[in-house]
Design a protein around this ligand. Structure first.
Ligand code: UDP
Length: 240
């Protein structure tokens, strides 16, 4: 028999950029299929799996507001709606692969998604459904990283898995410095003090308060999501 999974319940954060071709915007069918297959494989490990999806491939509120035509609060609500588009696409792609999934939204979008209710989210997880949380926290001026830490705390996740395009946390930007060093492990305090631009401070401090370890790893490596869910040490682990 397969060994018992390391985590009972995990929260996976996927950036919006996972849904588009590198450097592009919107939702690309091929990228969607790749990410759905990776998540469906991870769901087979036996760990209950919840996903928070970002929306940077559609709208980033701060960036949109900067042009001066739309206030940031409105731009942020637009950004949250963008995450819902990604979530609906992901649900359909997962179900096409035979993996049951549900979309739970922090904003009321009752025609297209269930509204987030904590107990309902947990019930879906217990039934083996992948739960996709969309619309972030439901509040402007936050990020989907903060939503990921909030939902991880609410559902009692054992770990927050942050899937990104880099393979962990470096002491400097590895795209700019060839001698940048990757950390295998960091404490929350170190991560916050160094203001490492991998996750915002609100999200890190929530995880620190609740003692939820964060694993930052590269989602573009085939099989990595399932392996990290299984407990393999890819990327950087941030903990107490
Ligand atoms: N957003 C928000 N409140 C939240 C989560 C997200 O206002 O709780 C908005 C914000 O404008 C953000 C956009 O939604 O720029 C997309 O989310 P994010 O930038 O976190 O996506 P990612 O970088 O993960 O793709």
């Amino acid at each position: 028999a397969a060994p018992a999974p390391r985590y009972r319940r995990a929260l996976l954060k996927i950036s919006g950029e996972a849904f588009s071709k590198p450097g592009n915007f919107g939702i690309d069918g091929d990228e969607l299929d790749i990410i759905a297959r990776e998540i469906a494989d991870a769901a087979k490990v036996g760990t209950q799996l919840a996903v928070v999806v970002g929306g940077g491939n559609i709208i980033r509120g701060a960036q949109l507001a900067q042009a001066g035509h739309i206030q940031q609060a409105t731009a942020d609500y637009m950004g949250m709606l963008g995450t819902a588009l990604n979530g609906l696409a992901l649900k359909e792609a997962l179900e096409n692969l035979g993996q049951p999934a549900r979309v739970l939204s922090a904003l009321n979008l009752s025609s297209v998604a269930e509204t987030f209710i904590r107990g309902r989210a947990i019930r879906h997880l217990e039934k083996g459904r992948v739960v996709i949380f969309v619309a972030g926290t439901g509040n402007p001026f936050f990020t989907t990283d903060s939503a990921a830490s909030l939902r991880a705390a609410e559902i009692g996740a054992d770990v927050l898995l942050k899937a990104t395009k880099v393979d962990g946390i470096y002491d400097r930007d590895p795209h700019k410095h060839s001698d940048a060093k990757r950390y295998d492990r960091l404490t929350f305090r170190e991560a916050i003090e160094q203001q490492l631009k991998i996750m915002d401070i609100t999200a890190f401090s929530m995880c620190m308060d609740r003692n939820i370890p964060v694993v930052v790893f590269n989602m573009k490596e085939p099989g990595h999501i399932a392996e990290v869910v299984r407990g393999m040490n890819h990327g950087t682990r941030v903990e107490m």
